[in-house]
Write a protein that binds this ligand. Structure first.
Ligand code: SIN
Length: 286
């Protein structure tokens, strides 16, 4: 096994080649993947065409496979979410805003794995941002404001108080349990994390789920959070993946945000998504 690593940008993302994950989940290969993930924050492999069983086995090699609340999994596959948009579906897409998967949970997923089953002929890319690069480039006063401070996360799209208007709601083919008051509960996580392998400090903030900084009201927090998010998503902190059927992405959910681009009206897109657990964000507090 000779894995080749080709960075996508100088900041985040690498394409790995030279292995087939359908046939080899040896400890040596998994170690190599985990090391590459720590360095690049998201890694991509082309031509994998994993079966559901193989994707679940790969996910389990990274951590305990998570079952997530509020979003219905595939029928008979409680560990897998089918991220599907049919050709005739209008409206938003699942994940069509910068976010970290389920950051409002006590223990959010440590990472997620997405495989491309059917992709549009153009569009439907996914973007990731390095929360470490974004933090490192923040002005010092903002770093000081965030270090040692918690941010309050809420399952906004699934709750009542912060739920988006009907026309902005995503995922017609994905069954979501909305209007659940339990999703409105605020959960405090450190605003800055330190990566356990690289030691880099990183933002743990995203606009989908963070409603305010601890010790501030929503109104006081909003301009600060918006300024940070605008900075964090500067193009030089991002990478973008142009999917082909059979591709696989593995990302570190604690240290990146991602965004599914909704620009393929009239075409079908089907992805399988699994997630694995890790430690609580508090464990990684900077
Ligand atoms: C997600 O947010 O997990 C979905 C990403 C995508 O469909 O590209």
């Amino acid at each position: 096994m000779q894995i080749t690593e080709m960075p996508l940008t100088g900041t985040i993302g690498a394409e790995l080649s030279g292995c087939s994950l359908e046939n080899d989940l040896s400890p040596a290969l998994i170690k190599t993947l985990k090391q590459a993930l720590a360095r690049h924050q998201v890694v991509f492999l082309r031509d994998q065409h994993l079966t559901l069983a193989a994707q679940k086995a790969l996910t389990a090699a990274f951590g305990t496979v998570l079952r997530l609340p509020y979003v219905s999994p595939m029928t008979d596959e409680p560990d897998v979410i089918c991220v599907l948009k049919e050709a005739d579906e209008a409206g938003g897409v699942f994940g069509g805003e910068w976010h970290q998967d389920f950051s409002f949970l006590e223990t959010p997923p440590a990472g997620s794995i997405l495989s491309a089953v059917e992709v549009p002929p153009f569009g439907g890319d996914t973007l990731w941002v390095s929360q470490a690069a974004a933090f490192e480039a923040l002005p010092t006063p903002l770093k000081t404001l965030l270090r040692g401070r918690d941010a309050m996360h809420v399952g906004k799209p699934y709750g009542i108080k912060w739920a988006p208007p009907m026309e902005e709601r995503a995922g017609g083919k994905i069954k979501m349990n909305r209007g659940d008051a339990s999703a409105d509960i605020e959960r405090a996580h450190p605003a800055v994390l330190r990566h356990p392998v690289t030691g880099r400090e990183a933002l743990f903030l995203n606009p989908q789920y963070v409603v305010r900084l601890d010790g501030m009201t929503e109104d006081q927090s909003r301009p600060i959070l918006e300024t940070i998010q605008k900075h964090a998503t500067r193009p030089e902190f991002t990478c973008r993946w142009r999917w082909q059927a059979g591709d696989l992405a593995i990302w570190d959910n604690m240290f990146t945000q991602h965004f599914a681009v909704n620009d393929y009206a009239g075409y079908r897109r089907e992805m399988w998504r699994t997630t694995f657990d890790g430690d609580t964000p508090r464990t990684y507090a900077a």
